[in-house]
Design a protein. Sequence first.
Length: 300
Amino acid sequence: MIEYSVPWTNADSCSTWLANLVTKALIDEAELTPKPGLVDMETAGAHTDLHIDLMRRSAQALRETFAEMARVAFRSKPYQELREQLARIGRDGEEAMLEATGGTNTHRGAIWALGLLTAGAAIYGPPASPKEIAALAGEIARYPDRFAPVRTTNGIRVRQQYKVSGATGEAQQGFPHVIHIGLPTLQSSRHRGVPESQAKLDALLAIMACLDDTCLLHRGGVEALHFAKQGACHVLVLGGTSTAEGWNALRQLDAGLIARNASPGGSADLLAATLFLDHLSMYGSNRYKVPIGGAFGWNN
């Protein structure tokens, strides 16, 4: 057996490593600056109840949630009971988040998206591609949760009112805005020599330009969603955030969203998912050594 650079031979080492990567992705997303309408290192964006230290605290509080999700999914397969286990862990994670933030919802959407992707990564093992991990996550998401509490969230209300798929549809479809938009934009910007932080901002804007973000719809309605999409497109048409024109347009978009009290929180969650899969793919391309016969026979 070949020795691995990343410990993946048991559930504990796998879960710890994945949870650390998820936590890093959440903090990297939070600290990326400047983000239009979102909390970053400069401002709280359109939020009055959030700040950067709270986002960091929330991410750290969720580390064990993601570790537990990875442990229950390790060497498993997508099936209904796993879906329900992950949902239970996610609800417990929401409680841990709220306790750490004094009752403020910082990462509820991220728990859903990144929890599913963490499970997909733990099931597949190295050298899974982002597309393969997202497809497994989508398969898990399509199973019903028979124990889900009956509640009406902002996301559910917005999906019903505006007939959009929201976070549930994004997951069940295998995270298309991450796989087909966020990651390709991030990689393309890097290949063009764009600095890392601006490549990540370009990925965020590309997601914003296409996503029917339920957070924007909730806070500002259709007008705010259209403003965000058009503003994000404008930045990218100007060459992205690495150009002077694009940078100025980004600042204008930020000011416009704050004036509308609108924040693209769904896009931020998908950027964090993009960064998580990006971290995984970089380790996969450079450090994994897989024996002949595939990924440990985990899918046999």
